[in-house]
Design a binder for this molecule. Structure first.
Ligand code: GLN
Ligand code: ZN
Length: 768
């Protein structure tokens, strides 16, 4: 029996890589210094894995920015627009080209845009999307993989296992940059380069190579399936003396199982955390010789492995295949997990004993092997920790469970239907047609950020902090009144982050000091950890909303984060289904909505920025997910009276396949991002005849550019062509937190002017 790891976090346990990259970009350190930081991180990571007793240790899993971009550079997939950079860079320094592709290039009279970035499957990690052309050529362009294997081999010997994104997933995760071809057809041109790479690694002495093929666990067309077959058959024909391991993760193989086990490879890795049920099918189909890597330790979460559970899977596999054909592993690369739990000194020891980060997960992998070979003591220690979590009062709150178990249809339904509510809102708020509002946050200036930092460090008293936040809030309100916005916001100056702010006030959440996970490039996030039943011990936002409302006669929107978004951006419990946790959060937010209503707040916005990104990878699972996600939102929104207007906001608007579910959320008003698409994305709402009110963003807040009144007025006119004008709101695409005040003010003044124009020029029947 072997153990392996599929990938290790590369940011460094003090985020050294982030700091070094940012210094290099600012020309504060040179390339040699940057490379030195990278060398240290790699060597430390390898040593950690060696110390954990892992048999096959990944190399080439390091990246200065992103592993998909590394693959593009390796294969020479460099979009044409970077040729000027290519000719300017010094010999042997491809890293500037690499960073130009990742971040754009504005230097030496050049201005070249960055490549697109998108989410890595269903994670919060973002990769750089490969760009393909019809005549795409591939060649070995960059030698990093060979150099990295060499250093790994020096330190790890035969344990060093190079990792590479497999050819089919590489194509599928990319994008056609021109019409007239399908990227999957490039497989014939691509495979020979993979063969060369693998043969070179073999000559260097590699015993194994890991090819990541996450797309093998997705819905595949016939052609895509054939590409898998073709690619691996061709590779197997042309390489020998090196073992091929294909790694799948994040989903079950399902209808691709036969294809996967039939590939002429030496080992197949399957994710048994996401999909433990697939083991039976894989074992039933698996041919002689093929080794099976069992991903039993969760690479996506922070919890200690339940050894008993894992062992039952391992033993089942051993029974069928014999221990020799088994490899024990984490479910996926540990890239998605924080690095080292030992660095957390402030977590409640009882809870900490239930947790494991990357370093601890590696120990779990090798302990599982020892247990499978008969070491019972390790099993007992683990069992104690698991049992303590199962019965702890810190996790289990009967009242919370009962409330969720007792959900009724009525809990998730507003008292009256939308038309009745709309009438009440029109009478109550008496807003003009094309009412203007913003999405919630105003610029978080350095002053505001410093305020928070000082308060955290104890350099400011609560009174001092609060009065400074009050001052910022009052200023923002005065200014909104001055320019004539209709529905005001308080500005969210008191909030660090839209999830953290609520997590900190809810029971069942904890926060780490160093639990950083790479989000993209040098950006890292530190998600909250939901460890227990979620409840709301006290009001969370009432104090600030009430204060703000008291400063003005205009309606003041209350501002909350929705349950699905809180779930998506946290590490969640693995001891109950995600929808149960979401419903617990939903009730907590519902109580907050009701508290706001009681405090006199007439309009409450519940942001669900992450509903769409929670969509499962397999289409067959979409309906179930959408069903519970929409229900959770409806629970938060349905505790109030009809007269209260519920808004929701989403930072995107590609709703083509899910529009009926968006409508089912039954928010009185939805604000979405549409300005960059010139309202094209509204088409889904128009086709569906979306019944409720809607604010398609007219101001792209992702850029410092100030849109003109005419521009925004013409976007409004387009929107009014598609949807009933009386249902339209006027607002920016998203919150203004990342913007600066001058451009924000100028843009919002223009926006208000655009709304006025629309009121004069576009007729709105039915407005009271
Ligand atoms: N209310 C939040 C804000 O304005 C919404 C942010 C978001 O949608 N990401 O900042
Ligand atoms: Zn947004």
């Amino acid at each position: 029996m072997l153990t392996q790891n599929l990938g290790y976090p590369r940011i460094g346990n003090q985020r050294q890589l982030k700091k070094a990259c940012e210094q290099y970009w600012a020309a504060k350190i040179d390339l040699a210094e940057l490379k030195e930081v990278a060398r240290k991180i790699k060597e430390e990571n390898w040593q950690t894995q060696l110390n954990s007793g892992i048999d096959l240790i990944p190399c080439n899993d390091f990246s200065f920015y992103d592993q998909v971009l590394d693959t593009s550079l390796l294969l020479g997939v460099i979009p044409q627009r970077y040729s000027p950079v290519l000719s300017q860079i010094k010999s042997n320094n491809e890293i500037d080209l690499y960073f130009a592709m990742a971040r754009g290039y504005q230097k030496d009279g050049l201005d070249i845009t960055a490549m697109e970035m998108t989410k890595w499957l269903d994670t919060n990690y973002h990769y750089i999307v490969p760009e393909f052309t019809a005549n795409q050529e591939f060649k070995i362009f960059n030698e990093n993989i060979f150099a990295e294997y060499n250093s790994a081999k020096q330190q790890l010997g035969q344990k060093a296992k190079p990792v590479l994104l497999g050819p089919v997933s590489y194509l599928l995760l990319g994008k056609e940059k021109e019409q007239g071809f399908e990227r999957i057809d490039l497989i014939k041109k691509l495979v020979p380069v993979y063969i060369d790479i693998i043969n070179r690694l073999k000559q260097q002495g590699a015993e194994w190579i890991q090819l990541d093929e996450p797309c093998l666990a997705l819905d595949l067309s016939k052609k895509e399936k054939e590409a898998f077959d073709y690619a691996y058959r061709s590779i197997a024909n042309r390489v020998s003396g090196i073992k091929l391991l294909v790694a799948t993760y994040f989903e079950a193989l399902l209808d691709n199982a036969q294809l996967a086990v039939g590939l002429p490879i030496n080992a197949l890795h399957v994710d048994l955390v996401r999909a433990p049920e697939q083991l039976d099918e894989v074992l039933a189909l698996i041919p002689e010789q093929l080794q099976l890597s069992l991903g039993v330790v969760d690479g996506r979460n922070v919890w200690k492995n339940d050894f008993e559970k894992s062992l039952s899977l391992i033993n089942k596999a051993i029974e069928k295949l014999g221990a020799d054909r088994i490899i024990i592993a984490p479910s996926c690369s540990l890239l998605h997990s924080p690095i080292d739990l030992d660095l957390e000194t402030a977590i409640d020891p009882e809870i900490k004993n239930w947790m494991a980060f990357a370093r601890q997960k590696l120990n779990e992998v090798s302990e599982l092997k020892q247990i499978a070979e008969g070491n019972n003591e390790l099993l007992l220690v683990n069992k104690k920790a698991i049992e303590s979590r199962q019965s702890s009062q810190k996790v289990h709150k009967q009242a919370v469970k009962d409330r969720v178990a007792g959900i009724t249809e009525a809990d998730a339904t507003r008292k009256s239907a939308f038309p009745v509510r709309q009438k009440l809102h029109n009478d109550r708020f008496n807003l003009p047609s094309f009412p203007t509002t913003t999405i919630g946050s105003f610029p978080q200036t350095d002053d505001i950020r410093q305020l928070r930092a000082k308060f955290k460090k104890g350099e400011l008293t609560l009174e001092q902090y609060d009065s400074a936040i009050e001052k910022a809030t009052v200023e923002a309100i005065r200014w909104q009144e001055e320019i004539g916005l209709d529905v005001l916001v308080h500005g969210e100056f008191e909030r660090n982050d839209m999830v953290e702010y609520f997590g900190e006030q809810l029971d069942g959440f904890l926060f780490t000091k160093n639990g950083w996970v790479q989000s993209y490039g040098s950006r890292c996030v530190k998600p909250p950890v939901i460890y227990g039943d979620v409840s709301r011990p006290a009001d969370m936002t009432v104090r600030w909303s009430k204060f703000a409302a008291a400063q003005t006669d205009k309606p003041m929107k209350g501002m909350l984060t929705g349950p699905v978004t809180i779930l998506q951006w946290s590490f969640v419990r693995d001891d109950q289904p995600r929808n149960v946790t979401t419903n617990q959060i939903a009730f907590a937010i519902r109580d907050e909505v009701v508290a706001l209503e009681k405090a006199g707040i007439g309009i409450v916005q519940i942001d669900e920025a992450a509903i769409r990104e929670g969509l499962p990878l397999r289409k067959a699972k979409h309906p179930h997910y959408l069903d519970w996600a929409v229900t959770a939102f409806r629970i938060t929104a349905s505790g109030v009276e009809d007269k209260t207007q519920i808004h929701t906001h989403m930072c995107y608007s590609e709703f083509n396949n899910i529009i009926e579910h968006i409508a089912a959320m039954d928010a009185d008003v939805i604000t979405i991002e549409t300005s960059r698409s010139q309202m094209e994305l509204l088409q889904a709402f128009a086709n569906f005849e979306y019944p409720n009110e809607i604010g398609p963003g007219v101001y792209d807040i992702h850029s410092p550019r100030v849109p003109s009144t005419e521009e925004m007025a013409s976007l409004l006119a387009k929107a009014a062509d598609l949807l009933p004008a009386r249902n339209l709101w006027v607002n920016p695409d998203c919150g203004l937190k990342t913007r600066k005040w001058p451009e924000t003010k100028a843009a919002l003044e223009n926006m208000v002017a655009a709304a006025k124009q629309a009121r004069e020029q576009i007729s709105v029947e039915g407005v009271i």
